[in-house]
Write a protein that binds this ligand. Sequence first.
Ligand SMILES: [Zn+2]
Length: 424
Amino acid sequence: MPADPVSSAASGFAALFVTLLLLSLVVKTSLMRRQIRHVLARREQVPQAFAESITLASHQRAADYTAARMRLAMSEIAVSALFVLLLTLGGGLQAIHDAWSAAFAPGGIAHGVALLATLGVLGWFIDLPFVLIKTFVIEKRFGFNRMTPRLFAADTAREAALAAAIGLPLLAVLLWLTAAMGSLWWLWVWAFWLSFNLLVMLIWPTFIAPLFNRFTPLADEALKARVEGLLARCGFQSKGLFVMDGSRRSAHGNAYFTGFGGSKRIVFFDTLLDKLNADEVEAVLAHELGHFRHRHILKRLAVLAPASLALLALLGWLIEQPWFFSGLGSAATDTATALALFFLVLPAFTFPLAPVLSYWSRVHEFEADAYAAQQTRAADLVAALVKLYRDNASTLTPDPLYSRFFDSHPPAALRVARLQSLQP
Ligand SMILES: [Zn+2]
């Protein structure tokens, strides 16, 4: 009997997907194992470069914290791979599809929104134990967690309300565009998605972030004068300097920019200001300004926008291919199913890009450091980084291969050595 071309394409595609999914699982898991081994093997001695500034106890705490987080991440990626397999080849998505068909017309917008929202809720439940363990076991054991169960529940309720208020209409518009815009729908979806993202960036600082945190104008006049001096020197205009009550949830500290154009703000975590002196705060901010000066966000957007257009065009083609659906365990061939399948299997296909993106990000970090060394003193940034490594229990001895694959920031020793070489 001659093989049916659709079903052989389908089984070929299924085999490719499963192979890549397992391959990514094996690669990630072995890199994580390497990281644990490498870090624990160096637990007993502080690296030479940090011998003066980091105690053995802090170094060991960082090693244990890294290992604990890695072990949790390993089980998380295994569970999420299993979840993806159950939904696709296991027929889970088709079962959800059938269940909603009792309430809404299959293939319609309401049905599609219900299907995708169900996936979102399921994904959230799968993730929940890991979030709970991370927050209330690991972060707590290492003294970082400030989150109470009550605040966690309140955050969750607010996030769910926000996801429903924004996500459900958004899904409805996306599905409507795919149905109403003919064969070039993916171009419309892309334009809509891009504008939506820009809108979120614009309204985030003023409307969304304040739902979760309190932002108060920076009150320390001496520090304010220093920061404004730096901003003037760097030719940077901002809509204000704010302190965020990050300490409500965690002891980890940070500083960031938010918004763009006229709504740009600089935000310091209160936990950062508690740890660093004025010189160090200025150096950290200069690093952030370095990202801005080198247009890193724009460069990222310039690559990600065409890449997402290419992916949507690919989806536009896949949606016409019966083997795409049947290969992934679905009898339904509507747009919402295609979207769900596409985003479930995409990570297995794109994981080889992870080291490329990590590399690119590390290049940006070096550029921002070099900028900070020009505008302030490299020694101040080094001092700030050492305090942050110590207080955040970041490992000083990552496995080189793991770091090359996953790390968005250069390893501590390399970063500090590079900064010290910039010191006049
Ligand atoms: Zn940076």
